[in-house]
Design a protein around this ligand. Structure first.
Ligand code: DAT
Ligand code: MG
Length: 138
């Protein structure tokens, strides 16, 4: 068993029909899907999820975007999951993301950037717990 990270396929990528392609890339990169659901975030829940950014100028836009449509939330498992997944998704701004990364291939802009990946083991745990309970994560 490896360790875990948390991801969301964001509303832009869901609306643009990229769920299948993104899940394929995740799977081909060696991540096991531990838990997954297609759902929606209310404005309140999106605000809570991104509370660490609440003083940033883009916070309002971020919360509005993340609550604008369906998302796919998932817990993923692999050795070195957090770091390897951040590499797979690429830089926050797709203009700076490496070729072949998920954001380079599927993101529209820095704000509408297709996918989330946890930035630490601690946040992976917190974020997975935000969406999934008990047996779902077992
Ligand atoms: P990441 O998602 O790469 O961890 P982050 O934690 O710095 O990036 O920011 C969270 C999200 O907020 C990011 O995925 C998209 C949005 N965001 C970040 N910087 C932004 C900016 N300068 N303008 C608009 N949206 C931004
Ligand atoms: Mg982040």
């Amino acid at each position: 068993m490896g360790n875990r990270t948390f991801t969301m396929i964001k509303p832009d990528a869901v609306a643009n029909g990229h769920i299948g392609a993104i899940l394929n890339k995740i799977s081909e990169a060696g991540f096991r899907i531990v838990a997954m659901k297609m759902t929606r975030l209310s404005g309140q829940k999106a605000g809570e999820f991104y509370a660490v950014h609440k003083e940033r100028p883009f916070y309002g836009e971020l919360v509005e975007f993340m609550s604008s449509g369906h998302i796919v939330a998932a817990i993923l498992e692999k050795d070195n999951a957090v770091e390897d997944f951040r590499k797979l998704i690429g830089a926050t701004n797709p203009a700076n993301a490496e070729e072949g990364t998920i954001r380079k291939m599927y993101a529209e802009s820095i704000g509408r950037n297709a996918i989330h990946g946890s930035d630490s083991d601690e946040n992976a745990q917190i974020e997975g717990d935000f969406f999934f309970s008990g047996l779902e994560k077992f």
